[in-house]
Every structure is written in C-alpha cells, then in structure tokens.
Design a protein around this ligand. Sequence first.
Ligand code: PEP
Length: 247
Amino acid sequence: MARRKLVVGNWKMNGNRAGNVELLAGLKALGPFVADVVVCAPFPYLADVALSLQGESIAWGAQDCSAHESGAYTGEVSAAMLAEFGCRYVIVGHSERRAFHAESDQLVADKAKAALAHRLTPIVCVGETLAEREAGQTDVVVKRQLSAVIHTLGHCVPQMVVAYEPVWAIGTGKTATPEHAQAVHALLLAQLGAASPKASDMRILYGGSVKADNAASLFAQPDIDGGLIGGASLKAADFAAICRAGV
Ligand code: PEP
C-alpha cells in the first residue's frame, strides 16, 4: 500500500507574530490537504502556532530539541517541554545544526531518542555536502548518519521519519534530480529494512530547494514520501501547492 505523503514546512529563523498569523490563515484557507502537513516554527512562536492550528488538520512541530531530559543546559529546550504543549514533530540533525552547531551523528541520534521518549516524531535529517558528493561519498555519508540513529533507537526505528537533504541543494535553488533523490531514498529504505521489518511503513522525505514546480516529479518517485520544505514554506500559496503535489 502506498504510504501517505507527508509535507513538512521548516520556517527556520524566519517570521514574526503578525506574519505568522497571515501565513497560517492563508494555509488554512487553502486546505484541507490530502497529504499530512506539518509546520515547524521557531520556539517562541510555537504556542501561537498551536493555538492557531487547534482543530485544524495541520500539525506543528519544532526545529530542534535537547538530547537531555532537564538540567543545566542553558538555551536548550527539552522534548518534554515541547510535548507538554501538544507538539507532535521535531526536526533533528538538520544540516544547519550539524554545520553551525557541530552536532555529531551520535548527538542527533540521542535527540531522536529523547523525542521518542516523549512521543514526538523525530524527523531525522541526513545528507551529504557538495565536497562529499564530488568525492563520491554520498552513500557512505548518509548510511553513516542513519546508522547512528538506527543503533540508538533499536526497536523504535519505525517511529521516526527520515529526511534526505543533500546539503548542496538546501536554499541554493539546485534540486537533486528525481532520479538521484530516488536512488538515495532506495538506499536508505534498504538500510532501514535491514534494521526493522516495519521499515516499509516508514516515510522518507526529500528536502532541498523543493518548489511548487518541481515537487510533483520528486514526489512521484516510488520511495519519496513527501518533502521537508524550507524557503517555499514561507508563502502560503507556494507551500499549499507543494502539499497538493503528487497526491
Ligand atoms: C530545509 O531547510 O530543510 C530546506 C530544504 O530548505 P530549502 O527548501 O529552502 O532548500
């Protein structure tokens, strides 16, 4: 059976309260969607977003969480705190956090585990840099990144969502071809399949300059189950068009 598409908007560090009201109102007016739709907002706006999406079919999530339960971790936000507000999803291991905050594969895996402990669905990002791609290392890199998560989550592996995001495609306007993305997704699915008999139910998203005009060809690939959308999630009409693509 085909997996239901999932489209996740990653607002990154963008927006303001008034702008968010407008964006969410636009999105709600353009829905409902056949695909599952999630918006991941900056921490200070999550309570507003939760209120705005009450009773709607659009879910919301955070862009990161701590690997720790609680304690002296200034600036961090725990999975328990997110769960207390009704959060359902959290992105972990985004390449911007791996690059700018030196997050290791193991830290990303620990964050995914912390999320699951509080019934949040971790959206675990993996992806190669341009240098790694040019060195022919794509497969090795994504398998290494995913392997840390698989080993840490154990039997909980099927509860996560994986997002393949080639770093060279994020925010650059350079999208992976559907064929390239599909080949990596198939590889990731095989790796998940070796770890869990339930892997065929899991969703693997593609992210990296997905726009309204290229989403359908990406989402038509057999192992691409939706998208993680950055820039194009900031405009309601663009994001809604992506949510409708391929379903
Ligand atoms: C992202 O931030 O996860 C992303 C894919 O960004 P963009 O769609 O802007 O490339």
